[in-house]
Design a protein around this ligand. Structure first.
Ligand code: NAD
Ligand code: LMR
Length: 335
């Protein structure tokens, strides 16, 4: 007997033939992202050179016979790929190559996210929600947002949930607690080595994390640098950037945004700032958020001590310089 009753949701994923997508698409189709009773229509976008590989991924999706998967369409045209999308996960990006500076990466990704923002604006569904995974994720999201005049700015977000999950894992390892017993971790700022993973409000089994951690120097000397550099450590170990964990974090991000966060807890999402915590309005920066009824709210009123202030400001300064760079290159304009 079928229990599938809800309206299908159209999900566009870019970079469909890449390694993150290989960890992501099968979980979306299995219902891990939108719930066990929501049918999914997948639209997969790639560059022309990767369409043949994408056809293979589509064949594998078909071969799983997922009960929730209504259709899989593939395209190399953003104007077609985002048509009717309720959820858009922008994974595809130009990777950093040897001797490429961050400015070169911003310049290489600018045209991709300019076009995709415009295509989302023109052809996605009215309720579209966008998650940018491709790096530099916050600034790529800013470019897409700037080029999507028909879409409310707050629908553009970037992935810092992987950093949030990494912070939970490090605290669990340190304290011996289960990941499920850890709450109220925050990642502030950019998805980069300047990000600030903050334990100041975190709890372990309902008690302040500070007590469970023991030596306070561990936070400054081990926890923060380990989370900040985890992406690089994985590249060094695997010879390729994180894929399955990035896919799992993208699932968590959209699931919590659409279905809601757990009572008493919050998650980290990079979202356009409303000026909270001194972050300039419109900058896509990571904040603690709660989600309900498909909307997120930045957690208000947290106390920020001097140690945290310095680190938030450093990451926000990096985001501002990225924003100025892409505005200077003509990919975006001041909000
Ligand atoms: P990958 O190289 O395996 O796959 C990327 C895919 O994107 C490729 O198949 C490529 O053809 C495609 N692509 C490139 N330009 C495209 C475009 N204009 N339209 C559609 N598709 C396009 O890379 P990956 O490991 O899947 O990683 C993808 C991105 O995610 C990278 O930028 C990586 O740095 C980033 N990333 C972000 C996080 C995060 O937490 N935010 C974590 C891990 C990786
Ligand atoms: C990660 O955090 O694992 C990635 O963003 C690293 C990278 O540069 O792709």
């Amino acid at each position: 007997m079928s229990v599938v009753a809800r309206t299908p949701v159209t999900v566009t994923v870019t970079g469909g033939a890449g390694q993150i997508a290989y960890g992501l698409l099968f979980r979306i189709a299995a219902g891990d992202m939108l719930g066990p009773d929501t049918p999914v229509r997948l639209r997969l976008l790639e560059i022309p050179a990767a369409v043949q590989a994408l056809e293979g991924v589509a064949m594998e999706l078909e071969d799983c016979a997922f009960p929730l998967l209504e259709s899989v369409d593939i395209s190399d045209d953003p104007w077609d790929g985002f048509s009717g999308a309720n959820v858009a996960v922008l994974v595809g990006a130009r990777p950093r190559t040897a001797r490429m500076e961050r400015a070169d990466l911003l310049a290489a990704n600018g045209p991709i996210f300019t076009d995709q923002g415009a295509a989302i604006s023109a052809s996605a569904a009215d309720d579209v929600r966008v998650l940018v995974v491709g790096n530099p994720a916050n600034t790529n999201a800013f470019i897409a947002m700037s080029n999507a005049p028909e879409v409310p700015a707050e629908r553009f977000t970037a992935l810092t949930r992987l950093d949030h999950n990494r912070a939970i894992a490090q605290l669990a390892r340190r304290t011996g607690a289960a990941a499920a017993d850890i709450a109220r971790i925050t990642v502030w700022g950019n998805h980069s080595a300047t990000q600030y993973p903050d334990l100041g409000h975190a709890t372990v089994a309902g008690r302040p994390a500070a007590g469970a951690v023991g030596d306070p120097a561990w936070v400054r000397d081990e926890f923060i640098p380990t989370v900040q550099r985890r992406g690089t450590a994985i590249i060094e170990a695997r010879g390729a950037s994180s894929a399955a964990s990035a896919a799992a974090a993208a699932i968590d991000h959209i699931r919590d945004w659409t279905l809601g966060t757990a009572p008493g807890d919050w998650v980290s999402m990079a979202v356009p700032s409303d000026g909270s915590y001194g972050v300039p309005e419109g900058l896509i920066s990571s904040f603690p958020v709660t989600c309900a009824a498909g909307e997120y709210t930045i957690v208000p009123g947290l106390e920020i001590d001097e140690f945290s202030r310095e680190r938030i400001d450093a990451s926000v300064a990096e985001l501002e310089s990225e924003r100025e760079a892409v505005i200077g290159l003509g990919f975006a304009k001041h909000p």
